[in-house]
Write a protein that binds this ligand. Structure first.
Ligand SMILES: [Zn+2]
Length: 320
């Protein structure tokens, strides 16, 4: 293999990490082709976190360089060699790298600027764009998780209002110029907010501790961020988490309106019983054995002439 023939001017994207900022540059490898196999100095694969190949090199190819992957005399990747040497994901990443048809010298340029020049401003704009896109995707997943929880509709609604900071907590009411005590009605020690009421309040913390759910209360400064984190960390208990938020809020309301509070264990027990009974009532239709005769029996018929028919729906729960 004539490596000189393969040292054509061929552009590729290189990834640099600068203080946690991932900045994508494009450069040319005519004069200094990186090594193919694991070498932390040679980050040449785009769109991979580490930027270098993780496939084991075949015998004799340990010192091979990237320009040996080109077809001699042509500005094209040698597909057969690439398939032989790399994993499927690495093959995809390599073959996506565009190769330049110009025979110019190596250079590094900033791909997010038309002239290839990096500036602090363009770097900042790029970071803010990535941040907003990541945040938007993260929030889309958050709302999708909330609405897909198999819990009562009123708890869905409650979680939406809590996430939007529109529960009638003291801080919210005072912002609306309602003359009300700023303290939490449960602990009487701290200013009340959604985050305090459902997460930081001594009562709420006792409930979360007793459930055994990893709640990490100090890591976030908004209820929505906290719930997002906890739901992702406890995927097997997502419904119970949503129901527990609602139960803590319900207990808070009983303190406000009825001057009574349940014990921590009572709140947890009631929450689990309610969730269990709700699930029993709302089993997916597919789990039932459908009997056509039964379905026909349940068909609605209009009342006889001169009479009224009242249709009602009810569910009965124990202890209520
Ligand atoms: Zn409190």
């Amino acid at each position: 293999m004539n490596s000189q023939d393969r040292r054509k001017s061929c552009g590729f994207r290189n990834t640099f990490h600068i203080e946690n900022m991932q900045m994508q540059f494009a450069s040319d490898i005519a004069t200094s082709s990186p090594k193919l196999f694991p070498c932390k100095r040679d980050h040449w694969l785009p769109n991979l976190d580490h930027g270098f190949v993780t496939s084991d090199p075949i015998s004799g190819a340990e010192e091979a360089t990237v320009n040996q992957l080109f077809i001699p005399g042509e500005n094209r990747w040698d597909y057969d060699i690439i398939v032989d040497l790399f994993s499927e994901e690495e093959q995809r990443q390599i073959l996506k790298i565009p190769l330049s048809s110009y025979g110019r010298a190596d250079q590094i340029y900033w791909v997010h600027d038309n002239k290839g020049l990096y500036s602090v401003r363009s770097g900042y704009e790029r970071l803010m764009l990535e941040f907003s896109q990541n945040y938007s995707n993260n929030m889309d997943r958050y709302w999708s998780t909330i609405w897909n929880l198999k819990i009562p509709a009123k708890v869905h609604n409650f979680l939406w209002r809590a996430s939007q900071q529109v529960l009638p907590t003291s801080d919210h009411l005072r912002a609306k110029r309602v003359d009300i005590d700023k303290h939490c009605p449960v602990c009487l020690q701290h200013d009340e907010s959604v985050l305090h009421s459902l997460v930081h309040c001594v009562f709420a913390r006792s409930v979360w501790d007793a459930t055994g759910i990893t709640s990490s209360p100090s890591l976030t400064d908004s209820f929505k961020d906290w719930l997002n984190l906890v739901l992702r960390s406890n995927k097997q208990d997502q419904e119970l988490i949503g129901m527990t938020c609602w139960a803590i809020w319900t207990n808070r309301n009983e303190v406000v309106w009825q001057s009574r509070s349940h014990t921590v264990l009572k709140v947890i027990a009631n929450t689990k019983i309610f969730l269990h009974q709700w699930r029993e009532v709302h089993q997916p239709a597919a789990t039932h054995i459908r009997n056509p005769q039964t379905l026909d029996f349940a068909k609605w018929y209009p009342p006889a002439a001169g009479s009224f028919k009242i249709n009602i729906d009810a569910a009965i729960f124990e202890n209520q």
